[in-house]
Design a protein around this ligand. Structure first.
Ligand code: ADP
Ligand code: C5P
Length: 243
């Protein structure tokens, strides 16, 4: 699955040309709720727009050899499993108009590969991940916060299928990990972060109406942003312009 989708869009950064601030969208939700599917639907509808999709999974800490020996005891659904400092510094650089390197994470080896992926700043940045609404410093970067809500039984069924086919796991491991870490952490950390969402999408990617409304809102916000830069005295009311 694609962790990063981008269109090159290099910003000029100088005191005379401060970099345009990106419109940042956060997309959270439980495992296999359809976060990636929702993001891809938003990106395909924003086809004229440079969009950078950054997955929180890219910022998983690599496991040490010692941790790898006891991988069944590692909680990948705990906020401490992610290198949030690195995510924050990448976002800071992008907001200042600089290129960054996003790590490539491998779910089979539980490690980041040595070579990351270089990405450029973009008008729209989507941050996606199970715990992307957990840390207040990350939430502060966001202009729009979304929580994808899908029934737990459906998510577990999808996860068994995905992890056995794509992530090299067997059914027994998936079920053990789910009962021991995934479900308890969902209840302790992920579900409580729903209260920070501006929009909750029931049924994930099946909810075309919600995706349409979100895309319309992004278009409106980006339109206002551009118009205010050209005509600083233009007065913007809701989605209509009054000149
Ligand atoms: P997440 O990013 O939240 O883990 P994904 O979008 O990757 O979720 O979806 C997880 C799995 O479920 C994938 O294999 C995907 O193809 C499948 N899936 C997602 N949404 C739907 C849907 N609406 N109907 C059927 N399968 C879906
Ligand atoms: O794509 P999704 O949002 O489901 O990815 C997050 C999930 O990946 C977490 O629930 C976590 O249990 C799982 N994970 C894993 N092995 C890793 C890293 C994450 O099973 N090495």
């Amino acid at each position: 699955r694609n962790h990063l989708s981008l269109q090159s869009n290099v910003s000029i950064s100088s005191p005379l040309h401060p970099p345009k601030q990106p419109f940042v969208i956060g997309v959270a939700g439980g495992t296999a709720s359809g976060k990636t599917t929702v993001c891809n639907m938003i990106i395909s509808q924003l086809r004229d727009q440079g969009v950078l999709l950054i997955n929180q999974d890219s910022f998983y800490h690599s496991l040490s050899d010692e941790q790898l020996e006891k991988v069944q005891e590692y909680n990948f659904d705990h906020p401490g499993a992610f290198n949030t400092e690195l995510l924050l510094s990448c976002m800071e650089r992008l907001k200042n108009g600089h290129e960054v390197t996003i790590p490539n994470y491998d779910f089979k080896t539980h490690k980041s590969t040595l070579v990351g992926q270089k990405v450029n700043p973009s008008d729209v940045i989507i941050l996606e991940g199970i715990l992307i609404l957990h840390d207040p410093r990350v939430r502060e970067l966001m202009n729009m916060k979304i929580f994808v809500e899908t029934d737990s039984d459906l998510r577990l069924a999808r996860r068994i299928k995905r992890d056995t086919v794509e992530r090299g796991r067997n059914i027994q491991n998936v079920l053990d990990q789910y009962a021991r870490f995934v479900k308890p952490s969902f209840e302790e950390f992920i579900l409580p972060s729903k209260k920070y969402a501006d929009i909750i999408i029931p049924r994930g990617g099946d909810n075309a109406v919600a995706i349409d409304l979100i895309v319309q809102h992004i278009h409106t916000k980006l339109g206002q942003h551009d118009l205010c830069k050209i005509y600083p005295n233009v007065f913007v009311i809701s989605s209509t312009f009054q000149i």
